[in-house]
Design a protein around this ligand. Sequence first.
Ligand code: IMP
Ligand code: MG
Length: 188
Amino acid sequence: MNKTILKIHDKEFEPLIFESEINEKIRAIAHQINALEFEELICLSVLNGAYMFTAELCKHLHNLPVISFIKIASYQGMQTSETITELVGIQENLKNKTVLILEDIIDTGNSIDNVYNACIQQGANKVYIATLLYKPDAYKGNAPIQFIGFSIPNSFVVGYGMDYNGLGRNLKDIYVLHTVKFHHVVNG
Ligand code: IMP
Ligand code: MG
């Protein structure tokens, strides 16, 4: 099969999920969110990675949510870390509000647990979580995740907001780390 290989820094990536499938899935999630009952919705997007998912999802929401951003950092290169650095905190008053946390990808669940607990501590009435990607084999978190775009294997991805050391966020498709498969060569 002829695959587009993309080089970012020292690594090679191959396509995993195309833009059309991603956008279709996001519309389906928006449809489910539109069916929820709430008075006022605060979308809390986790920067940087969730910016593209947030933009696409919010276009399909029927009401007028408040759209707010927080910024945390946990990843260094391809390694997740247990230390979550909060770079921009929650700016809205969440007391008695319905919050929808928007994440690009949930891996170990460290980041989402932190954000979820912060929302609960601030007195949010109900906290939903929507993530474009989810790595079930890596997840060790406790936060309840209601909306998942795609469950993927435990490998590193880039594109659609996600980066490898700062690059790849603008890609409209999602790419996965290319692994070289060794074929057993039979002589004769
Ligand atoms: P967690 O705290 O281990 O769940 O990691 C969550 C954050 O790390 C995500 O919100 C992403 O920003 C980043 N991350 C996790 N896996 C990947 C990946 O495969 N590619 C790019 N970023 C990732
Ligand atoms: Mg993220």
